[in-house]
Design a protein around this ligand. Structure first.
Ligand code: ADP
Length: 249
């Protein structure tokens, strides 16, 4: 992390779906080492922007840079190699694999060890130490050897977070990390994201303003595909246009 430099940047980012412009010339600068929240009403274009930034869809126009390197139009794998990793709102875990096994597979997958895996399952065990560190980091130490199917919802989300961390990203994009969670899990997730954010850049989408206010160094508010406001939580919360957009006046 080099504080003050830009980790992730978009210029004039635009996405059309069959003539419908979902993202309209968005400029975005995510400062290295900061936690950056992306908020806005449903349909604002947040998910589309996430998909653009991670290469899952290609922009109609505009550019994306990661640590100053132009990655516009690159495949998700190439963007991931530059240190950008994302979580999804819903990831499919394997019900009969344990958290430890999920992590071991993710770690060996990251190392491109797909073929080696078939040669020797012993190699997988080489990842056990790192797998257990990650499990501990997300608070699942007691559940490392339980089938994932038995985990509670919040615990599954924590495991998904660990799977993203296994990629050791410098920039982590989290899509609604607290969606569907009760109060306790929300607080646990806030604490977890704080820990994760040490030494890396985090961009997240969340509808829970308590989460946004607790975590975000910077907030970008989107509306109808455009950036409506950008600043600290206090700044955007006091912004007339934001209040109007949220209250629908
Ligand atoms: P948000 O995540 O802020 O709720 P989205 O990025 O999901 O917003 O959607 C922004 C707009 O783009 C919405 O009007 C949505 O219907 C539209 N949209 C998103 N994806 C597609 C798609 N693949 N094809 C057509 N329209 C889409």
């Amino acid at each position: 992390v080099r504080p003050g430099t830009v980790a992730l940047s978009a210029r004039g980012l635009t996405k059309d779906f069959r003539g419908f412009r979902a993202v309209k010339g968005v400029d975005l600068d995510v400062v290295d080492g900061q936690v950056h929240a992306l908020v806005g009403p449903n349909g604002a274009g947040k998910t589309t922007l996430f998909n653009l930034l991670t290469g899952f869809i290609r922009p109609t126009s505009g550019t994306i840079t990661v640590h100053g390197k132009d990655l516009t139009g690159k495949e998700p794998e190439e963007i991931a190699r530059e240190g950008v990793a994302r979580s999804f709102q819903i990831t499919s875990l394997f019900d009969n694999l344990t958290p430890r096994e999920h992590l071991e597979l993710a770690l060996q997958g990251r190392d491109g060890g797909g073929l080696r895996f078939w040669r020797s399952a012993n190699l997988l065990r080489g990842y056990r130490g790192r797998a257990d560190e990650l499990i501990e980091q997300v608070g699942l130490a007691d559940l490392a050897a339980r089938p994932a199917g038995e985990l509670a919802y919040g615990q599954k989300r924590a495991l998904e977070m660990a799977l993203v961390l296994a990629l050791d990203p410098t920039v982590m994009l989290l899509d609604e990390p607290t969606a569907g969670m009760g109060r306790e899990d929300v607080e646990r997730t806030i604490a977890l994201v704080r820990r994760i954010a040490q030494g890396r850049t985090v961009v997240f989408v969340d509808h829970n303003m308590h989460v946004v206010g607790s975590l975000a160094d910077h907030v970008t508010v989107m509306m109808s595909g455009e950036v409506l406001a950008s600043g600290t939580y206090e700044q955007v919360r006091a912004d007339r246009r934001v209040i109007t957009a949220y209250l629908g006046e």
